[in-house]
Design a protein around this ligand. Structure first.
Ligand code: H79
Length: 421
């Protein structure tokens, strides 16, 4: 199977839910707390003993994702702290042995599948719990002399890591995405026995879409087998989209948090607005990318109210304007000054974000629009050449559409232009 075949559904669907959930929801200071505060494994242990998410109901998560217009999800099966939400046979450090007492990944898979969403696994190749993972990079014990003096057998860790990936791809049916996190410095590529890992994975699930964080260079003309299927910009939407060295568009997915953290944070209330989220999604699609939007459920298993409210608002926009997102990508014309274009074949979507006053000007579209509609309600819009047009733009080739002075949707008013083919 080629990358193009594997990623077809992924690029069509455009919008997914990232879920960061684990023991770190209890201290509630973000998923990096063990590293940031240099917490020893012993001092982190109470969270393991306490973990009892009595309101964990992934069906509700899946409904919230679906209502928001998301088509897939990616859950942290294991984050950097090494704690496994799944019932791995290779460790005791798993949800099964906490008061939760069961495999939480299985319930996630079943719930999201039941709602018709594609299912992905995040898996941290970094591990701050395993005794054979060295205290390199941002490991919590990086300044602990005693810990650093202990020898490690990194191949043991790699056997463990590969074994867990095999479990995840064997025990839960069809898995749509594997989201590894992350290579750094010389901990990259074959250091993870990456080719062997990828070959094993493709043997079990040939269709699986894999991110690019095992290392390698996905932008090369002929990338390494482990360079992955898509580029994964974090907390940024790449200004010019992503192309490879041959200048070809390559698949990418921006992952973005709703507040300033991935894991649950009790006091971080700096949430993006629904309008900002809608515009971020549209920006991604206009540049040929996906958006993986994060939620960080709390220790009881609930997605924060603020996040649910944002998702619900985004969902209202998506219900009316989803046609300008799903199956859409980079348009075959430059970015207009009033907003952005997305395109799906002969359907060109004009996202009016900042038009000022007067009619909206469409450069180069004179005589090329068969039909124009407001996407939200299907109302016909007239394409015209108004009397003052000569003072603006290029009237020989430009077209104009008038809109009410107050745009119907402040987040993003979408005009669907059916182009002459
Ligand atoms: O899982 C999420 C993050 O935990 C993980 N990737 C996403 C998907 C990630 N790991 N590292 N990074 C992202 C980038 C590193 C950020 C750091 Fe920091 C800046 C590490 C140390 C300084 C952020 C701020 C984390 C701790 C302090």
């Amino acid at each position: 199977m080629t990358r193009e075949e594997r990623t077809r559904w992924f690029l069509h669907d455009r919008f997914g839910m990232f879920i960061h959930w684990g023991l770190y929801a209890i201290p509630a200071r973000g998923e990096w707390v063990k590293s940031n505060e240099r917490i020893t494994t012993e001092a982190y242990q109470p969270y393991f003993e306490e973990f009892n998410p009595i309101r964990y109901n992934p069906r509700e998560w899946a409904k919230a994702a679906k209502e928001a217009g998301m088509k897939y999800a990616v859950l942290t099966t294991k984050h950097h702290d090494g704690f496994c939400l799944f019932d791995s046979k290779l460790t005791a450090y798993k949800a099964t042995n906490t008061p939760a007492g069961r495999d939480l990944v299985r319930e996630y898979v079943d719930a999201f599948r039941a709602e018709g969403l594609a299912v992905g696994f995040y898996y941290s190749i970094i591990d701050w719990h395993h005794p054979d993972y060295p205290a390199v990079g941002n490991h919590p014990m990086r300044e602990n002399e005693e810990y650093l003096a202990k020898p490690v057998n990194f191949d043991n860790y790699l056997d463990y890591m590969h074994g867990q990936v095999r479990e995840l791809l064997t025990d839960y049916g069809k898995i749509d995405i594997m989201w590894f996190d992350y290579s750094f410095d010389d901990m990259t590529g074959e250091k993870w026995r990456a080719t062997e890992l990828i070959n094993m994975m493709r043997g079990i699930q040939p269709h699986i879409v894999i991110d690019n964080r095992l290392g390698g260079n996905i932008k090369k003309r002929e990338p390494e087998v482990y360079a992955g299927d898509f580029y994964s910009p974090e907390q940024i939407i790449p200004p010019g989209g992503i192309v490879n060295e041959a200048g070809e568009q390559i698949p990418w997915e921006a992952c973005i948090t709703l507040n300033g953290h991935w894991g649950y944070h009790a006091t971080d209330k700096e949430y993006k607005s629904p309008k900002q989220v809608v515009r971020a999604l549209v920006e991604c699609v206009s540049k040929n990318g996906n958006l993986l939007l994060n939620v960080g459920p709390d220790a009881k298993g609930e997605i924060p109210r603020e996040s649910l409210d944002i998702l619900a608002e985004v969902g209202k926009w998506m219900r009316r304007n989803g046609d300008s997102v799903y199956g859409c990508g980079l348009a075959d014309r430059p970015k207009p000054e009033w907003g952005r274009y997305t395109q799906n074949g002969s359907k060109l979507y004009a996202h009016i974000l900042d038009r000022g006053i007067g009619p909206v000007y469409f450069q180069g579209l004179k005589g090329k629009v068969r039909k124009a509609r407001l996407l939200a309600d299907g109302a016909e819009l007239k394409v015209e050449v108004p009397w003052m047009a000569g003072h603006y733009g290029d009237t020989a080739t430009g077209a104009f559409i008038s809109l009410p002075i107050t745009l119907p949707d402040d987040a993003d008013t979408v005009i669907e232009l059916e182009l002459e083919v």
